[in-house]
Design a protein around this ligand. Structure first.
Ligand code: BJW
Length: 256
């Protein structure tokens, strides 16, 4: 798809140009063009027969810790092998233009930070961090043995990825900051999320409630679409650079 296939409403460009506070909620779709499968895409290869929604739970880890650990190890290897795409890079450039620019991400891949975004709230943790499943403390190293998952050096409990599974609370300070930012922005962009996982999916509605303009960027409609002020139907890696270039045209010569 090229940029002619969707229209960037002037109202959105004007709002972005004049906004003092902008929030972007991102989901798996923004990393799709980097080669990370979205959460609800079919898994491939060995993992094709498993439903991610059933693996990303504390129950699954309790019942079959080896299976869940190995799924995350496979995803971690994949994530370590990819790079940010033009969508991530465009958001990092937005941050330099807007006085207060906040990325709230549901993704666990760390690609926003690698792209250069500095003000990032990770709602669902980070797959490249680990913690003890018993004591909760962060673990940075352990001795490799035949145990899968490996064991906490302190208490012997299983080590788990530092991500938020279904039924678990989001990190409370991060979520409070995300709500506050959403309730205080002029423009709220929701990018590449199916908008079905709560409480993240409630954030654009919190922004809308306080009078922000809300814009969805996604090739497909979602349950959030009907609430949005504007829907831009296209891949993030095309729409976000196009939005940047339309908003700050004198910067066009710099690669976006
Ligand atoms: C593109 C694209 C391109 C493709 N460009 N776009 C209220 C109502 C109902 C249920 C609940 C509720 N409140 C809480 C719940 C329960 C539950 C929940 O929401 N369930 C729903 C499924 C119904 N929520 C929770 O349990 C949360 N905890 C909680 O609320 O605690 C309090 C509590 C406890 C107990 C009971 C009740 C409350 C925790 C949620 C944790 C979610 N964790 C995961 C896994 C993280 C680790 C991992 O990665 O393994 O987070 S699940 C998974 O979903 C992952 C994602 O971050 C998250 C969202 O998915 P996302 O990012 O939207 O991806 P997809 O794949 O769904 O969509 C991709 C989109 O991209 C699509 O729309 C494509 O079209 C689009 N796309 N290419 C732009 N190029």
């Amino acid at each position: 798809m090229d940029t002619d296939e969707f229209t960037l409403p002037k109202e959105v460009i004007d709002c972005l140009q004049n906004a003092r506070r902008v929030v972007v909620l991102t989901g798996a779709g923004i990393s799709a063009e980097s080669g990370v499968p979205t959460f609800r895409d079919a898994q491939t290869g060995l993992w094709a027969k498993y439903d991610p929604q059933e693996l990303a739970t504390p129950q699954a880890f309790r019942n079959n810790p080896k299976l869940v650990w190995e799924w995350y190890a496979w995803r971690r290897d994949l994530i370590r092998s990819v790079s940010p795409n033009p969508g991530h890079l465009a958001l990092a450039r937005f941050e330099k233009k807007v006085p207060v620019f906040t990325v709230i991400t549901q993704n666990v891949d760390g690609l926003h930070q690698i792209a250069g975004s500095q003000n990032v709230y990770e709602l669902h943790g980070n797959i490249l961090r680990f913690r003890c499943s018993k004591e909760g403390n962060t673990i940075t190293e352990w001795i490799e043995t035949d145990d899968v998952p490996p064991r906490c050096p302190n208490c012997g409990g299983f080590i788990r990825p530092d991500v938020v599974w279904f039924g678990e609370d989001l990190p409370s300070m991060t979520f409070s900051n995300a709500i506050r930012a959403s309730q205080n922005c002029d423009l709220f962009l929701t990018v590449g999320t199916s908008g079905i996982v709560h409480p993240a999916a409630s954030l654009p509605l919190a922004a809308l409630d306080k009078g922000a303009m809300t814009v969805e960027i996604n090739p497909n409609p979602t349950p959030l679409s009907t609430w949005m002020t504007h829907n831009l139907r296209g891949p993030a890696g095309i729409v976000l650079p196009a939005l940047y270039n339309a908003t700050w045209p004198t910067d066009n010569q710099a690669a976006c």
